[in-house]
Design a protein. Structure first.
Length: 104
C-alpha cells in the first residue's frame, strides 16, 4: 500500500517506513505529523474519491530538521558595473512515514 500526499507544497509518493524530505514543519524531532492524502493505492484498488480520502490518514514522525544545499544567485549586467550576489539555503524537515490507514 502506498499513498500520494501533499508534503510542503509538493506531492510525494510514500509507503510505510519511507523517509521524505519536505519544507520545514513545526515540531520537535520525535513529534507526530498528519499528512493530507490525495490518492491511495492498495494493490489493484485505487482510491481517489475526496469523501473517502478525507477519512484516510497518513501519519509520520519528524526525524530531524536540517538545511538544504547552498544555492548561489548571481545577477550581472554587462558594461554597467552592476553585480549582485546572494545565497540561499532552504530549511528542510525529514519525516518517516509510520502508518497509512485507509478511510472506509
Amino acid at each position: 500500500m502506498y499513498a500520494i500526499v501533499r508534503a510542503g507544497g509538493r506531492q510525494e509518493k510514500v509507503a510505510v517506513g519511507d523517509v521524505v524530505v519536505m519544507d520545514r514543519q513545526v515540531g520537535e524531532p520525535g513529534a507526530s505529523l498528519a499528512l493530507p492524502v490525495l490518492l491511495l493505492v492498495d494493490g489493484a484498488a485505487v482510491t481517489s474519491d475526496p469523501s473517502v480520502l478525507a477519512k484516510a490518514t497518513v501519519t509520520a514522525e519528524i526525524v530531524d530538521h536540517h538545511r538544504g544545499p547552498k544555492i548561489d544567485i548571481l545577477k550581472y549586467k554587462n558594461k554597467t558595473g552592476y553585480r549582485r550576489r546572494q545565497g540561499h539555503r532552504q530549511e528542510l524537515t525529514a519525516v518517516k512515514v509510520t502508518d497509512i490507514k485507509p478511510g472506509k
